[in-house]
Design a protein around this ligand. Structure first.
Ligand code: FES
Length: 89
């Protein structure tokens, strides 16, 4: 059995590292618990307002988002980090 790396989100701009807890539904909610201002509208993966740049690491989606996501971008409202990630919001 392999041990999972603890999930976290580091903000490239400030270096702040936020732990992604098991109860967090998505990266957006995780950032909100730390009062990090993040743009959003639908919170369901179709408007693209929560788009962020993924600098390091990778994420997974519970459901494939409908909004267009370019290589190197993620939608914070519907993804969870796989281990440690670094983003620009
Ligand atoms: S808030 Fe609409 S896609 Fe994330």
């Amino acid at each position: 059995m392999s041990e999972k790396m603890p999930a976290s989100i580091t903000l490239a701009a400030t270096g702040q590292c936020i732990e992604f807890k098991a109860g967090d539904q998505c990266a957006l909610q995780c950032l909100e618990t730390k009062k990090i201002p993040v743009s959003y509208q639908c919170r369901e993966g179709y408007c693209g307002a929560c788009r962020a740049t993924l600098i390091a690491g990778n994420v997974h989606y519970n459901e494939e988002p409908l909004a267009f996501v370019r290589e190197g971008e993620i939608l914070l409202c519907c993804c969870k980090p796989n281990g440690a990630i670094t983003i620009n919001i």
